[in-house]
Write a protein that binds this ligand. Structure first.
Ligand SMILES: [Zn+2]
Length: 94
């Protein structure tokens, strides 16, 4: 499993997926966040709360999963949370 330490992977099972969907659905408020990327860049981005809290990919909003959906740490947001991008987006960057 290539999920970064500290990440909450999407749970398995029907109940887990239902709860996960509710969590994601409750975090769709868009605000402007200042993201300090690991590269040293600081960028202001319009993100959903789910993206800002690391539930969704910063770039494509995919939810954390496995394989190309596995998340890699991208940076920090306002010192209160970490932002992630899925492996597919990180690879697409290079
Ligand atoms: Zn992505």
């Amino acid at each position: 499993m290539s999920v970064e330490p500290g990440r909450v992977p999407a749970p398995d099972g029907n109940l887990g997926r239902l709860l996960w969907a509710q969590i994601i659905a409750s975090k769709q408020t868009v605000s402007t966040y200042t993201v300090d990327f690991r590269s040293g860049e600081t960028v202001e981005l319009e993100l959903t709360q789910a993206q800002a809290e690391g539930y969704e990919c910063l770039t494509c909003k995919a939810e954390c999963g496995t394989g190309t959906g596995a998340f890699l740490h991208a940076g920090w947001i306002n010192d209160f949370s970490s932002a992630f991008r899925c492996a597919a987006c990180v690879e697409g960057d290079v």
